[in-house]
Design a binder for this molecule. Structure first.
Ligand code: ZN
Length: 204
């Protein structure tokens, strides 16, 4: 199973980190071992002092595809949810500064949280999707898919220009503004529209 991730897909988020707004999707990957097992708590790794949450909409691939054009997302994805792309921001900053790959900062064990799946429908795809990340009860990210720079369809087309997608692959679609640090003991909760799809505890 491949986990594809899109970076800088919301203007306000690119700006909050001082990054340029991209002209084509920024794509990176996480290994399957980066998926936190369901029901497990998250441990902040020892190599970072600035672990950030990034709440994101996540698509589940349902059909093999390559070089897709004018794609209908419903033909290739069957479910959607909210997840977290955990990022060791201090380490990422060092890697970016040296022009090195981001994997150490984003693809480590347990760095991907996934919520329970919501079946994808044309109703969901054709309207703005609202999603929320709460930290210890307070809303820290309030996402709206209408603010994406690259749509879900464009993301699929861009990924499959380079990579074959297979059923079961995951696509993290980028985080909106409001990323920030996570501390030991925090509770992070994701909401797809009004429904909670995950609750993860950061071990004290
Ligand atoms: Zn992200």
């Amino acid at each position: 199973m491949s986990i594809f991730c899109i970076g800088r897909n919301y203007v306000a988020h690119a700006q909050e980190l001082g990054n340029e707004v991209p002209t084509s999707p920024v794509i990176f990957m996480k290994p399957s071992a980066s998926l936190l097992a369901e029901g497990k708590n998250f441990d902040i790794p020892s190599f970072t002092n600035d672990l950030h949450y990034e709440g994101e909409l996540v698509l589940r691939v349902s059909k093999q595809g390559k070089n897709l054009k004018h794609v209908n997302v419903l033909d290739y994805c069957d479910a959607i949810t909210v997840g977290i792309d955990f990022t060791a921001r201090d380490l990422q900053a060092k890697l970016k500064e040296k022009g090195l790959p981001w994997e150490k900062a984003k693809a480590f064990d347990d760095a991907a949280i996934i919520g329970s799946w919501v079946p994808l429908t044309s109703q969901i795809i054709e309207n703005p999707i609202h999603f929320v990340l709460r930290k210890n009860g307070a809303i820290v990210q309030d996402g709206d898919s209408a603010l994406m720079i690259f749509s879900l369809a464009t993301i699929l087309e861009s990924i499959t220009e380079y990579f074959t997608i297979y059923p079961g692959d995951l696509i993290y679609t980028g985080t909106p503004v409001g990323v920030g640090p996570t501390s030991k003991g925090d509770i992070l909760e994701g909401y797809f529209e009004v429904n909670q799809v995950f609750s993860v505890k950061v071990n004290p």
